[in-house]
Design a protein around this ligand. Sequence first.
Ligand SMILES: [Fe+2]
Ligand SMILES: [Fe+2]
Length: 368
Amino acid sequence: MFSFSLPVSSEGGDTSFQNNVPDPVTSGDELPTFKFELERSTGRVLGGSYGKEATVSQLPISKGIAGVSMRMEPGIMRELHWHATAAEWAFVTEGRVRTTVIDPQGCAETNDFEPGDIWYFPRGHGHVIETLGEKPCHFILVFDNGYFSEFGTFSITDWIGHAPKELLAKNFGLPASTFDSFPKEEVYFARGKIPPAVPQPPLQGWKAPPLTHKHSLLSQKPFETFEGGIEWRVEAAQFPISSTMTGVVLEMEPGALRELHWHPNAAEWQYVLSGQLSVTLFGSKGRWRQEVLNQGDVGYIPQGFGHSIENLGADKARILIVFNSGHYQTIDLSQWIAGNPVDVLSTNFGQDPSVFEGFPRKDVFMTK
Ligand SMILES: [Fe+2]
Ligand SMILES: [Fe+2]
């Protein structure tokens, strides 16, 4: 059997490759779909707040990475919880958000986020997410395990609600009656007052962790600017706590192409922030598939599979891309060809050597 929930190392993405067992989802005669219309799905709804998810249940190819679109109204809190089988990487798209996260050393950090900011919570670290201010917030959560479901998190009310009151009384050194009116079932979205503008100190006082859980991605200088657009990128080198995930935002001009390439060390999870994109997938043995992704759609590229992204629209498009490795690696087709001598290329393609004189001498990455 292929792996179910093997830990994902910071060195590589899907460790199931090490078993050399073919993945039945991607080893058939045809490539399966790699697109899921996330924002068109229903998910879990509470009034104007929701969580919509893309796991292997919705998108079977996406074994390495799962994602969630979450919107929360003012005064809504995604309650204290942890994820037993995945780290959480997030990108804020609208509104303002506050998180508080605990680590195994008892250090806690509270951070406020705006659009373009990201957070990373290591697997198993407890956290809470609150909407700040009078406007709703929206963010995309990405998990380094495609089998992980947001609706299978370990929530504090679920736990306390199912523990005997006497046990809780002993645990906290309080009368059992303290817990009489605590929720009996998982709350998931808690509703309350709008949080204070300045975060209040934890019960234990401030005790900051050595590494921050927050990184401002879009407010930074782009990682690189190309003929056809802009790339922002954050990996563990810039955001050390994010040891198992890398994030990229590509802004692509009309007609721009993120060239044919593959990632040796990671699977790729895509979410279209704006615009309409054509994504192609190459899977050996002549297998080729193209999907058109619109705003709010998710795409998934298995580790090592060839792919490209092209802006089909008349306006700029933006795509959020997350990898299940803290180290970014790519091999672009133009770079691969540029790394070979003309005689090799000439023989390989059965062409006159002069054909290759016009090929790029370096990596193209993005063009239009
Ligand atoms: Fe979470
Ligand atoms: Fe890619």
